[in-house]
Write a protein that binds this ligand. Structure first.
Ligand SMILES: [Zn+2]
Length: 451
């Protein structure tokens, strides 16, 4: 088991391979100034897990020549993927049949989440969940647990043991009948007290950050949303994660319960739009909403596998960026059908195509890395290989499957190879994952994949 992040004791290391990272959003027509790719590249990591160098192997600074050498030549080294929306407590409801959002929550999700009041269950599933993220090449995520403080403790403890940069926070839900009696905060005061205790215990500890987590408007009373807004205004270093405008019935319900101009307007009324706020989905919103989100510096998680699986709708990436809303990618497991952001990009491409546009592989890999870090306001520490950033990265294998290998072989240039990886890749293409320069997943030696 790796030592906690704060006690990092690695050796300086140089990883050789093809290195790709992004400096900014490449845009819809990709601007080559937005990325750097080094065909015969090297990524050097300091003893305390920071990027010391990213560039051509031949230009590796002399003082790094004696570092431990890791050979991934022929593979692609990219920054660790950032998942901007996922549920740790929905591990066991992935692939549950036949419902749209509100019925799906009632039928499958709430009963599964109710089990997280048991610490042993919460611990076991947090471990399984984090191992799946790392196997998918994801090193940072903003994560919904359940209403139980045990679920937050279990998640943060296991993230800390693995040395990961993670965001999480107790789910808040107190509104009858949309939050069922068996999965409901007893009172706003108790929810606030539990939240404050968890913030004290986890926020800013090692690489962990606390995200206030009202599930969504329909399960929240006005008092709960007001409390959430108050905590955010009190401490601007806290994050906020919730859902918004995912499904048309949900939007109509919010209108009925809260009135107001729009769903986003309800959140804005209670002070929930901040620079560190992340709203999942935002499919059924308008230009005014997008402008309000952009003005606050708030971000949106685009979750294509989930949106298609639940029949929620097609996210409008172009409109979001047109209004200057920062967008990250989310798997949204368990409504999402894969932990892999590569598989998620495959579906993102198709959603974009249904809206008459094309998602380039550069834009795609940007969204999965630096774009996600920007959406979480973490791009000062992760997201690319600028010197001094935390060295979280993943190593991708162009020969992971016969189909990908053959398509790669006949590709005429790097752009084609990258696109094939984006469309055909998934966990199988993740050869290794590193957090702060330390190996945290090795595909070919993962006990979970053996036998
Ligand atoms: Zn969700």
């Amino acid at each position: 088991m790796p030592s906690p992040a704060g006690q990092h004791r690695g050796r300086p290391k140089v990883v050789f391979g093809q290195v790709l990272h992004f400096l900014k959003d490449p845009g819809e027509v990709p601007d080559p100034a937005a990325w750097e790719v080094f065909e015969d590249g090297a990524l050097a990591i300091t003893a305390d897990g920071k990027v010391a160098y990213a560039g051509p192997a031949r230009a590796l600074p002399q003082h790094l020549a004696g570092a431990e050498r890791v050979d991934h030549r022929g593979r692609l080294v990219v920054p660790g993927f950032v998942d901007t929306h996922i549920h740790a407590a929905q591990v066991d409801v992935i692939a549950s049949y036949g419902k749209q959002l509100l019925e799906w929550l009632e039928t499958y999700v709430f009963p599964a989440e109710a089990k997280f009041d048991r610490a042993a269950h919460a611990r076991a599933l947090a471990g399984f969940f984090l191992d799946r993220l790392l196997a998918a090449g994801t090193t940072t995520a903003t994560v919904f647990p359940t209403i139980h403080p045990t679920s937050v403790d279990a998640f943060f403890e296991q993230s800390r043991q693995r040395g990961l940069r993670m965001l999480c926070g107790k789910v808040l839900m107190d509104r009858e009948p949309y939050a069922p009696a068996y999965l409901r905060d007893r009172s706003v005061d108790q929810a606030e007290q539990q939240t404050r205790e968890l913030i004290e215990r986890w926020h800013g500890k090692d690489r962990l950050g606390y995200s206030i987590t009202p599930r969504f408007a329909p399960t929240s009373t006005e008092r709960m949303l007001a409390m959430t807004g108050r905590l955010l205004q009190e401490d601007r270093s806290l994050w906020l994660q919730t859902h918004a405008a995912e499904n048309k019935d949900e939007v109509a319900l919010v209108k009925k319960l809260f009135g107001g101009r729009s769903y986003i307007d309800v959140y804005e009324r209670y002070g929930l739009l901040t620079k560190r706020s992340l709203f999942a989905h935002c499919i059924h919103i308008d230009t005014t909403d997008r402008k309000r989100l952009a003005a606050a510096g708030s971000s949106v998680a685009f979750c294509p596998t989930s949106n298609l699986f639940l029949g929620s709708g097609l996210f409008d990436l172009r409109a979001a960026r047109g209004s200057k809303v920062t967008v990250g990618l989310g798997t949204d497991v368990g409504a999402g059908t894969s932990y892999s952001l590569l598989a998620t990009l495959n579906e993102a491409y198709k959603v974009t195509a249904l809206r008459g546009r094309s998602l380039s592989p550069y834009r795609g890999f940007y969204l999965a890395t630096l774009g996600g870090a920007q959406a979480l306001d973490l791009d000062h520490v992760i997201g690319n290989f600028r010197v001094g950033k935390e060295a979280d990265f993943t190593v991708l294998d162009f020969t992971a499957t016969p189909t990908l290998a053959r398509r790669t072989d006949v590709a005429k240039d790097f752009t084609e190879r990258l696109f094939a990886l984006m469309i055909l890749g998934d966990e199988r293409a993740v050869a290794a994952t590193y957090a702060q320069g330390r190996l945290v997943h090795d595909r070919d030696n993962d006990p979970a994949l053996l036998g």
